[in-house]
Write a protein that binds this ligand. Structure first.
Ligand SMILES: *[C@@H]1O[C@H](CO)[C@@H](O)[C@H](O)[C@H]1NC(C)=O
Ligand SMILES: *[C@@H]1O[C@H](CO)[C@@H](O)[C@H](O)[C@H]1NC(C)=O
Length: 650
């Protein structure tokens, strides 16, 4: 080391010492000085003061060093304490951590335990639940079984019930069948009874027929005997003349009941033209009945015994004929079949015995008229306007109109054998009364007086004595009966009416000589002011006829009659389809005086006087089967309604 170097270091060390720098710098400086002293470095510039101060400084320095040493030691001690403390703390921490860990472990263990327990509980619960469910299922199954069993039981019961029902139904059916059988048996018995009764009836009829034939044979025998006697006494007269004489002198008596028409026939004769005088005589001579005649056709009913005679007569007059009804007796038997027991029972329950399937006797018809009057007193009444020759009442049914209404007269059955007229007029009456409501409108505008049986004696006789009876039952004068439709007092005794009692068209001894006609006369004249029409039903031929009948003239208002007559015909055709010819009687048919319509028009002054000839046009003649009653009745109803409208409009 150089002296310069030595000096620098000394300065530096001194500089540091003076400036009093930091403890460490002081220490370093001390170290340096010490070292320098040790190496013999002498800083030559410094005197004794300096060395004293240096010593002093040295001493302070030492002291400071000592202090520092002590501080260091203190610090060391503190640091030791600290580290110890730290040690302690660490241990504590360790301990604490361990404890915490232990606690956490315990806690975890507890939680685990809890969990375990929970799981166990859960498991247990689940088991319990499962077993419960098992149990429930078992129960359900058991219940299902029970229900199924019940269902089975019910089904069984149902089946049993069904079987029982079926058995009962079978029993009922068999009961029913048995009852039906019994009923059928009863019916068969009844039918048997009926058939037997019918048989008996037929036998009785046959017997009666036999007796009657015997009687007739006797009569014929007697007649032949008379003829022989006459021949014996009058040699100069031939047989025909003798017969006529005998007949006129001593006509054979009518059989009391059931005149037979065995072998009789209806002949239709075609008339060429004009001269029918010979033909007219057949009726007067009693060899045939004239049922119908117009300008071209005559219907003759000829008995078996007279057929050869009439046949010859026709041949002599060159007249052709056809047989319309070959067996009159058969036709009569078929005309009016008796009512069955059922029908009879039914009718008797109604309060009267009338039907429209059968031609009834006078008592049935009169009973029914009374029934109507008693049952419907506000609609109708019966008026007895007189009585017949034999004392039967002449019963008019009055169907009442509004007070002051114009009146109409209607009758049927004035000719006994024309059964269809009384039956049809009766049907009309029944309909008007029983179904009054449906006819009220037009009925209330007229007063309707209807006499269905204008000739009750003749009608009864045509049932019980002679089906072909025409006149009333006046006795005496050689032959019974007067033709009531020749007995009215207008132009009485003119053409087409006979003066001889044995004639079918015998006019009687005087106008209105008969109680039947005079009763009508009195009744009509008493109501002359209100009566506006006179309608008389006849058969057959299908005509609507208006006056005059006595001859081929017509009244001044014939156009009105023709017009209204045409309306009637149209109304009738509308119900049945049958056509009716309209015209004045004498012109259409033949002159016949003393008829009711002529009198009503000519004497009583009723405007609308008509005679309607009902069905048919010859097929059945007067023997119209009862099955026609309804249809014919409807025609009559239509005609009366139409005429009522004309009368109301007058
Ligand atoms: C019967 O008399 C009529 C006239 O009176 C005559 O024409 C006829 O030839 C007579 N008959 C017999 C069989 O003598
Ligand atoms: C006469 O009556 C018949 C039968 O009803 C009929 O066919 C004929 O046309 C009538 N004759 C006259 C001229 O009316």
């Amino acid at each position: 080391m150089s002296a310069a170097g030595c000096r620098l270091q000394c300065t530096m060390a001194a500089g540091r010492a003076r400036s009093g720098c930091s403890l460490r710098a002081a220490g370093a400086a001390l170290v340096v000085v010490t070292a320098l002293l040790a190496v013999g470095c002498s800083c030559s510039p410094w005197g004794q003061d300096d060395v004293d101060r240096l010593r002093e400084w040295q001493e302070r320095q030492d002291e400071r060093l000592l202090q520092q040493q002590r501080a260091l030691e203190e610090r060391q001690r503190l640091s030791d304490d600290l580290s110890l403390e730290r040690q302690y703390l660490r241990t504590d921490l360790q301990l604490h951590r361990e404890r915490q860990q232990d606690e956490r472990q315990t806690e975890r263990d507890a939680r685990l335990n809890d969990h375990q327990r929970l799981r166990d509980d859960l498991l247990q619960e689940r088991q319990v639940e499962q077993s419960d469910r098992q149990l429930h299922r078992q129960t359900l199954q058991d219940q299902g079984l029970d229900e199924r069993q019940q269902l089975h039981d019910e089904l069984d019961r149902d089946r049993e019930r069904e079987v029982e029902d079926q058995r009962r139904a079978r029993e009922q059916l068999s009961d029913q069948a048995r009852r039906d059988r019994e009923r059928t048996d009863r019916e068969r018995e009844r039918e048997q009874g009926r058939r037997e009764r019918e048989q008996q009836r037929r036998e009785q009829e046959r017997e009666r027929e036999q007796q009657r034939r015997e009687r007739e044979r006797d009569l014929r025998e007697q007649r032949r005997r008379w003829r022989r006697d006459a021949d014996d006494t009058a040699d100069d007269k031939n047989t025909t003349a003798t017969t006529t004489t005998v007949k006129a002198a001593d006509p054979p008596p009518q059989p009391a009941t059931g005149k037979s028409y065995e072998g009789a026939q209806l002949w239709r004769v075609q008339i060429a033209d004009g001269d029918v005088a010979n033909l007219q005589r057949v009726e007067d001579d009693g060899v045939a009945q004239i049922w119908y005649s117009n300008a071209t056709v005559w219907d003759l009913m000829v008995s078996a015994e007279n057929q050869p005679h009439v046949r010859k007569l026709l041949a002599d007059n060159k007249l052709a004929y056809t047989v319309v009804i070959p067996d009159m007796q058969r036709a009569i038997l078929d005309e009016n079949p008796s009512l069955s027991d059922d029908e009879l029972e039914l009718t008797s329950r109604k309060g009267h015995r009338m039907t429209w399937q059968h031609y009834h006797r006078v008592t049935d018809m009169h009973g029914w008229l009374d029934y109507l009057a008693n049952t419907y007193p506000s609609i109708c009444e019966t008026l007895v306007i007189g009585s017949s020759v034999e004392g039967r009442p002449l019963k008019v049914l009055h169907i009442k109109g509004k007070p002051g209404s114009p009146a109409m007269w209607v009758d049927g059955g004035i000719h006994a054998r024309e059964w269809i007229t009384s039956a049809s007029v009766s049907y009309m009456l029944n309909e008007l009364v029983e179904n009054h409501d449906s006819h009220r409108a037009w009925l209330s505008a007229v007063d309707l007086y209807v006499l269905p049986l204008a000739n009750p004696d003749g009608y009864e006789y045509s049932h019980a004595g002679d089906r072909m009876w025409r006149k009333n039952r006046r006795r005496g004068g050689g032959c019974d009966g007067i033709d009531l439709n020749r007995n009215f007092g207008y132009k009485w005794g003119g053409k087409g009416a006979g003066p001889q009692p044995c004639q079918e068209i015998y006019r009687g001894s005087a106008p209105f000589s008969e109680p039947e006609t005079s009763a009508i006369q009195s009744f009509v004249l008493a109501r002359k002011a209100s009566l506006k029409s006179y309608l008389s039903f006849h058969s057959y031929g299908q005509y609507v006829l208006y006056p005059w009948g006595y001859d081929r003239f017509v009244p001044p208002d014939h156009e009105d009659l023709q017009r209204v007559g045409t309306k009637l015909a149209n109304a009738m055709r509308a119900t049945s389809g049958l056509s009716y010819t309209v015209g004045s009687s004498a012109a259409l048919l033949y002159p016949a005086s003393g008829g009711s319509d002529d009198w009503a028009k000519g004497q009583a002054g009723l405007k609308y006087a008509f005679t309607i000839e009902l069905r048919d046009t010859g097929r059945h003649g007067f023997v119209v089967p009862s099955s026609h009653i309804l249809s014919s009745g409807k025609e009559v109803l239509a005609a009366v309604r139409t005429l009522a409208q004309e009368v109301a409009a007058l």
